[in-house]
Design a protein around this ligand. Structure first.
Ligand code: BES
Ligand code: MN
Ligand code: ZN
Length: 509
C-alpha cells in the first residue's frame, strides 16, 4: 500500500473516495436523547455535502459506523464516506486508529483501490497523534489472512492518502506519518507470521524470517539450533524439541543504538511453538489447528524488535525467541520425565523439572529463554506467550493476562497501555501459588493442577527470572480473533507488539 500526506483543500481532492470523520456531540445521557452527529472538519464544502444525511437521523456517528454518499455535490471526490468515532468526549487517538482501519476495510471488498482519509479537527487531540494512529490503523485494516487462496477475494488497497487540516505543521506531521507506517507494518509483520500454518513456518523457517527482517532493519542477529541448545545445557527447551523431526531454533536479535553504552538492557523473550499438538499429553483434535498460532508471543517480540530498530529508542534491547514444535513421537518426552533446565552460570546446576503434562511446553522453552536472556546481560525482562487456556477462562478474549514481580517495571508497562490502546489485566503472584508447583522428586513440576492455571504458569517462569525485574504477558486469548471487526480482519491480531514497544520506549525514547 502506497501512502502519502496531502495538504490540499478537501473539497478539491480528486479521489475515488474521501473519508471524513464524525462524532456524536450529544451529552444528555437520557435514553431518549437523540445522537447529534457533527462532521469533524472545517471544510465548508464537505460540511454542505454531508448536511442532509447528518440531519436525516440515519447516521448516528457511532464508533466505526459508516455511511456512503455517491457524487457528493461541490466536491472533486467521487464518493464521500463518513466514519463515526462515537461520543466526542470519549474520542482518543485510538478511535482514529480504528476509524482509519474501518475506512480501508470498507473499500477493500468494493473494488475501490484508493482513498483519501481526512484527519479530524478536534481540540482534544494532537495532529501528530492522530496522524500516526490513522496511518497505523490503515495498515492494520489492510491486512487479510487469505494468503494461500488461489484467487484472493480481497485485493489490496493500492493507495492511502492522509489529508491534513489547513495550517498543519508539515515537518511534525511527516515524522508522525513515518512512525505510523512503522507501527502498522511491524504489527502486520507479526500477524503474517502467526497466520502461517505449521508446515509453512517450522522453527527453522521462523529463524530465517527473523534473520531476514533483522538484516533488513539493521539488527544484530544469530539463529542457533540443536548444537547450541546442548552447549548451553538448555534441557527444558530441548525436552520440547526432542519429539519433533523439525530441529528447534534459538533466535537472538540485538538492538545496540550508537552512543548508548550504559543503562538497562531490556530482554524480550518469546514463546515460539510453531505447532503445539500437546506432545504425548496430546490435545483433543477439536480446534487443534489453532495451535499453529502458538508462536504468537515470539512473533510479537519480532514485530516489536522491527519497530524498535526503525524508531531507535536510546536503550539496548535483546530478544530471545525459543522456537520448537511440540510433537508426540518415539523420541518425545513423557509425563514423569525429569528435565534439567539451563544453569545461569556454568558452575551452578540447573533447576530440575518434573514433567507432569507435556502440553505445558511453553513454560519449558521460556524457562531456558529467560535464563539465556539474563546470561546475555538483560537487566529487565518481558516475555510474551500464548501460555495457558486458564488465562482465557479468566479474562476471555477481551483482556490479555499480565504478571510482574516489580511495580516499577509494571508502572511503565501500564502507562504505555494508554498509548497502545491494548488491554492487559495484571493478575497476582504469590507464595501459595508457588507452593502448588513444588515437586516431590525434583525442584518444580511443570503444572500446578487445575485451579489458577495462568498464575501457576507465571510462578513457574518466575523461578527462572530470579530477582530480575520482569513482566509476563499471557496472550493466549487475544493472539487470534475469532470474529472480524469493521477495522480488523478475523485471524491474527498482532497483540502485544505495540505495548511492548511503548514499554521499551519508557526506558529510552
Ligand atoms: N498453547 C497452549 C495454551 C493455549 C490454549 C493457547 C488455548 C491458546 C489457546 C499451552 O501450551 C497449553 O497447552 N497449556 C495447557 C497447560 C496445562 C497442560 C497445564 C492448557 O492451558 O491447557
Ligand atoms: Mn501446550
Ligand atoms: Zn503451547
Amino acid at each position: 500500500m502506497k501512502t502519502q500526506l496531502s495538504f490540499a483543500p478537501l473539497s478539491q481532492v480528486k479521489t475515488e473516495l474521501l473519508a471524513v470523520l464524525a462524532a456524536d456531540t450529544q451529552t444528555d445521557k437520557a435514553p431518549d436523547a437523540k445522537p447529534q452527529p457533527v462532521l469533524l472538519t472545517a471544510d465548508a464544502a464537505v460540511k454542505a455535502a454531508a448536511a442532509a444525511v447528518l440531519a436525516s437521523g440515519e447516521f448516528k456517528a457511532g464508533a466505526n459506523e459508516t455511511i456512503l454518499l455517491h457524487a457528493p455535490a461541490g466536491l472533486a471526490a467521487k464518493r464521500l464516506l463518513i466514519v463515526g468515532l462515537g461520543k466526542q468526549a470519549k474520542v482518543t487517538a485510538n478511535s482514529l486508529r480504528s476509524a482509519a482501519g474501518t475506512a480501508v476495510r470498507f473499500i477493500k471488498p468494493r473494488g475501490i483501490r484508493e482513498l483519501v482519509f481526512a484527519l479530524p479537527e478536534l481540540e482534544t487531540l494532537t495532529a501528530t497523534g492522530c496522524t500516526s494512529a490513522a496511518v497505523e490503523g490503515a495498515f492494520v485494516g489492510e491486512f487479510d489472512p487469505d494468503t494461500y487462496r488461489s484467487e484472493r477475494k480481497d485485493q489490496s488497497v493500492e493507495s492511502f492518502t492522509l489529508a491534513a487540516p489547513a495550517g498543519a505543521d508539515k515537518a511534525a506531521l511527516e515524522a508522525a506519518f513515518a512512525e505510523g507506517v512503522i507501527l502498522g507494518e511491524s504489527q502486520n509483520f507479526a500477524r503474517a507470521l502467526v497466520n502461517e500454518p505449521g508446515n509453512k513456518l517450522t522453527p527453522t523457517l521462523l529463524g530465517q524470517r527473523a534473520a531476514l527482517m533483522a538484516a533488513e532493519v539493521g539488527l544484530g542477529w544469530e539463529v542457533h539450533s540443536t548444537e547450541k541448545l546442548r552447549e548451553l545445557k538448555m534441557g527444558a527447551f530441548w525436552s520440547v524439541a526432542q519429539g519433533s523431526a523439525e530441529p528447534p531454533a534459538l533466535i537472538v536479535l540485538r538492538y545496540e543504538p550508537k552512543g548508548v553504552t550504559g543503562g538497562p538492557i531490556l530482554g524480550l523473550v518469546g514463546k515460539g511453538i510453531t505447532f503445539d499438538s500437546g506432545g504425548i499429553s496430546i490435545k483433543p483434535s477439536d480446534k487443534m489447528e489453532e495451535m499453529k498460532t502458538d508462536m504468537a508471543g515470539g512473533a510479537a517480540m519480532l514485530g516489536a524488535m522491527r519497530a524498535i530498530a526503525l524508531l531507535k529508542p536510546k536503550v539496548r534491547v535483546i530478544a530471545v525467541i525459543c522456537a520448537a514444535e511440540n510433537m508426540p513421537s518415539g523420541t518425545a518426552q513423557k509425563p514423569g520425565d525429569v528435565q534439567t533446565a539451563m544453569p545461569f552460570s556454568p558452575d551452578k546446576p540447573g533447576k530440575t523439572i518434573e514433567i507432569i503434562n507435556t502440553d505445558a511446553e511453553g513454560r519449558l522453552v521460556l524457562a531456558d529463554g529467560l535464563t539465556y536472556a539474563r546470561q546475555l546481560g538483560a537487566t529487565h525482562l518481558i516475555d510474551a506467550a500464548t501460555l495457558t487456556g486458564a488465562c482465557v477462562v479468566a479474562l476471555g478474549h477481551v483482556n490479555a493476562g499480565a504478571f510482574s514481580n516489580d511495580d516499577e517495571a509494571w508502572a511503565k508497562f501500564d502507562a504505555g497501555l494508554a498509548i497502545s490502546g491494548e488491554k492487559f489485566w495484571r493478575m497476582p503472584l504469590g507464595e501459595e501459588y508457588a507452593e502448588m508447583i513444588k515437586s516431590d522428586i525434583g525442584d518444580i513440576k511443570n503444572t500446578g493442577g487445575r485451579w489458577g492455571g495462568a498464575i501457576t504458569a507465571a510462578e513457574f517462569l518466575k523461578v527462572f527470572v530470579e530477582d530480575t525485574p520482569w513482566i509476563h504477558l499471557d496472550i493466549a486469548g487475544l493472539a487470534w480473533a475469532e470474529d472480524s471487526k469493521p477495522y480488523i480482519a478475523k485471524g491474527p491480531s498482532g497483540v502485544a507488539v505495540r505495548s511492548i514497544l511503548e514499554w521499551v520506549r519508557k526506558y529510552g525514547s
